[in-house]
Ligand binder design. Sequence first.
Ligand SMILES: [Zn+2]
Length: 343
Amino acid sequence: MPLSSIKQRILEINELQSTAYVADESARLRYWAVHKTFFACIKCMDGRVNFPLMTKTPIGIVKPFRAIGGKFDVWWPSFLGRVRHWTEVAINHGSRTFLFVTYHYSASDTHLGCAGWKYDKVAARQHAEKLRQDLSFIFSEELTAVVAGVETDRDILTLHGEKDDVSGEMLIGKTKQEISAILLACFPNVPAQVREDLIPFLLGNAQRVDELTREPRNHQQKQHNERIVAVGQGFDWLTQENLALIINDSDPNLAESIRVAGSLIVKNLKDAPPDDDAAICTNVSYKKPGLDERQAIARAKGLREFTKQVIQESYPELVVSGRLHAFASVMWEPSKKIRIIEE
Ligand SMILES: [Zn+2]
């Protein structure tokens, strides 16, 4: 795929998703009128971990935080600042907050698990648990953080409760009332409103798991097949499954994350038709024209050059092949619409 086609594809996905996002505004407002809790999700950069798709919920309901293997640490100043800002906005709305701290794995094949953890599911879950404890220490009762496993063959979301676990698979065919009772048994100390607000995600996940159980993915669909290294923030519209490896720029080990993403792109291209290409896509969002926008442009361009440089150093053969392209974009937050920065 030449660069123009990759750009075209990205712009088409963005157009579709930003139109849906704007159209869903009233649906989100209705949703928030009923479900007051603010939700966020910590997840791997992996293109197969797609929270809106797995829970059948519109984009914009759950704030995403993405890093390789979901390996955030509370001492990362930019990460902690973002979680704190989000929590404070919720408090000002009189709302509670709930954070899914996810790790992922495959039930059918260990090597379809998380490359960021070298396929070690136990280590990934232990890190998620430590992150949950560290965040709970800082935010105390202002934040409910729960560790959740994502099984990527059938998109099963499993919440690890205080007493017991609850998964989308267990809930297939269950009613809201039944789910509510199960949540109470698993999370007796989570506020009742938060438990009620969790139900739509679990209902959606139960439907998703049911679909993928009836029509299972084949081995190829279960594997990595991403073509884009997405670096920056504001990629929640990039919901197409298995297309992009998304890395949040609050990662202090940004170069290492880019290297892991690069290794996956090298592997994916090896198995792809020779005219299939890949791209680095950087994005930074802005809310206002002027300084805010110019800062986003400068950051997006800088991130693109940084990402190119890391890939050049680690995978020179990928750059020589001419199959890796790079472009920078900015996104206007209210519409989620991106604009590619032309030189
Ligand atoms: Zn992963």
